[in-house]
Ligand binder design. Structure first.
Ligand code: C2O
Length: 543
């Protein structure tokens, strides 16, 4: 196994999009940021040098971080932000995972511009892929360009003020010709292919807000991995990717030579956020030698897209995923949890016209302000966090009309190696929306999903206990539910939250505190030296 070393310099740079210059925070001046490529079993060392005026942390999304919670990265959950003009080095191993993951800033909305792919190849080389060896591998990072200062946006969300979030989707940092302002066309992502060749697309939805439908006119995808776990090959003309998810898919260039649009279109459910236009980025797939030459007269084939409010392609796409190999799903459940995911209006926070909080079981999560939860756990000072609340505060609440909410730092203690099942219930009805729920430090089994209210008697019969997909981000369908199960086998504090940032920032989050196991290998080690501490101007976010 090798040592893969990177230096991430975080700084502000000017970028020009949508007729505006904006100051954005980037890693090494790149949008998206650098790709980390490793072989399974490698050790990764990333030196983060913060030259930006605000604190930053980096999270390695989907990396299991066994016994290494200190390197996980969510601000105020595992660590305090790295202050301006300070450095911090993240060290972790990538073991037992293959496929595509990613990394991103984990503080406020900074991940909108601070993110990149993390590619994990098998030890035995590309001949050992459990699918035909591709001729080429291509990374596709779907992102979002915000026509707004991200700190302003974060403050708005923190203060529970919703409104239009002006964004334009990007493919590998490019807005595409679909997005223009006063006649100025933005560059499109371009992929040149050769007839008959097979491409492995490593697809990341790094967007902070939307789920996307990805299509390439005239081509099909065969999905082979999800969240760095192999799935039973599944052929589809659409990839429905929620925020935080990653998929590996084979595409064969078997269409007549020509040019084809690759479209990432945002799915916009009927949430009160009213984006008034279709949001998409269009890339172009060109067959050699017909490389894109700027000749607009050559027709580019466009894919047929579902209605931009239609969530059903995503429901079916996720419902069709199964793991490649049979799984051993633990059957003795120690903790049955029910989480009602919802939003509500609560104008106690500032009295703005739209004051929305999101919550789990009517608790809107509050980040601690003086010390990270992990540090508090390690130093046995958890009780000093005044807002700490242990889950649950009462019986699971199914009453989605209830307006009473509490703000608290919601945590749930788990015994080492306990098996947890969570019913994730999304809000019912026409005004519903999807919630991609992401767990740090563990993968989980997706046992079932359904529409409407979860029914404990009937719906257990739908569980796939044979070959469920194994993921770190669960798509909870609009007006529906998803059941996940996992073993809490990793000591530390692990964030569990909606990956839609305005949900997470406004409270749809909680943290699991997994206690130490019986051996040294299952005991949380001490923090690394020079671990960032909070206080003073370090904490960039005023909670
Ligand atoms: Cu990708 Cu807690 O996040």
């Amino acid at each position: 196994a090798a040592l893969v070393e990177h230096t991430f310099v975080v700084s502000q740079m000017k970028m020009h999009h949508m007729c505006n210059d904006s100051l954005v925070t980037l890693v090494n001046g790149q949008f998206p940021g650098p790709t980390i490529e490793v072989t399974e079993g490698d050790s990764v060392v990333v030196h983060v040098i913060n030259k930006s005026p605000r604190g930053v942390t980096i999270h390695w999304h989907g990396v299991k971080q066994h016994n290494n919670c200190w390197a996980d990265g969510p601000a105020m959950i595992t660590q305090c932000p790295i202050p301006p003009n300070k450095n911090f080095t993240y060290r972790f191993n990538v073991i037992g995972q293959e496929g595509t993951l990613w990394w991103h800033a984990h503080i406020g909305f900074l991940r909108a511009t601070i993110h990149g792919a993390l590619i994990i190849r098998p030890r035995l080389g590309p001949n050992s892929y459990p699918f035909p060896k591709p001729d080429q591998e291509i990374t596709i990072v779907i992102g979002e360009w915000f026509d707004m200062d991200l700190f302003e946006l974060y403050e708005k969300t923190e203060n529970r003020i919703y409104g239009d979030i002006p964004l334009s989707p990007t493919i590998n940092g490019m807005l595409g010709d679909f997005n223009n302002c006063s006649g100025v066309t933005e560059d499109s992502y371009k992929l040149d292919v050769e007839q008959g060749k097979t491409y492995l697309l490593r697809i990341v939805n790094a967007g902070v807000d939307k789920a996307y439908n990805l299509k390439i006119a005239g081509h099909k995808f065969t999905v082979v991995a999800a969240d760095a776990n192999y799935v039973k090959p599944y052929t589809t003309d659409i990839i429905a990717i929620a925020s935080g998810e990653t998929f590996d898919a084979l595409v064969i260039a078997d269409a007549p030579p020509g040019r084809y649009y690759m479209v990432a279109q945002a799915v916009q459910t009927t949430e009160p956020i009213t984006q008034k236009r279709v949001l998409m980025s269009r890339g172009i797939v060109s067959y050699n030698p017909m490389k894109w030459s700027g000749d607009d007269t050559l027709e580019i084939m466009a894919p047929e897209l579902p209605d931009w409010h239609d969530e059903s392609p995503s429901f079916y796409f996720h419902g069709n995923l199964t793991s490649l190999l049979p799984q051993t799903v633990p059957s003795n459940i120690d903790e049955h949890m029910f989480m009602a995911l919802r939003s509500g209006y609560n104008c106690l926070y500032g009295g703005a016209p739209h004051c929305t909080v999101t919550m789990i079981n009517n608790i809107s999560f509050q980040h601690p302000s003086t010390m990270s939860l992990l540090q508090a756990h390690y130093y046995h000072t958890m009780r000093n966090i005044s807002s700490l609340l242990e889950y649950p505060i009462g019986p699971p609440m199914l009453d989605f009309n209830q307006t009473r909410t509490a703000t608290a730092t919601l945590v749930k203690k788990l015994r080492y190696n306990s098996t947890v099942e969570i019913v994730l219930q999304g809000p019912p009805g026409q005004m519903s929306y999807t919630n991609p729920m992401h767990l740090h430090g563990h993968d989980f089994f997706i046992l079932a999903q359904g529409l409407g209210y979860y029914n404990p008697e009937k719906d257990v019969q739908k569980y796939n206990l044979v070959n469920p997909s194994v993921k770190n981000t669960a798509h909870v369908p609009m007006n529906g539910w998803t059941v996940i199960r996992f073993v809490a086998s990793n000591p530390g504090v692990w964030f569990f939250h909606c990956h839609t940032e305005h949900h997470s920032s406004s409270g749809m989050a909680m943290a699991f505190v997994v206690e130490d196991g019986p051996t040294v290998e299952t005991t949380l080690p001490p923090p690394p030296t020079y671990y960032p501490s909070c206080g003073g101007q370090n904490s960039i976010v005023e909670y």
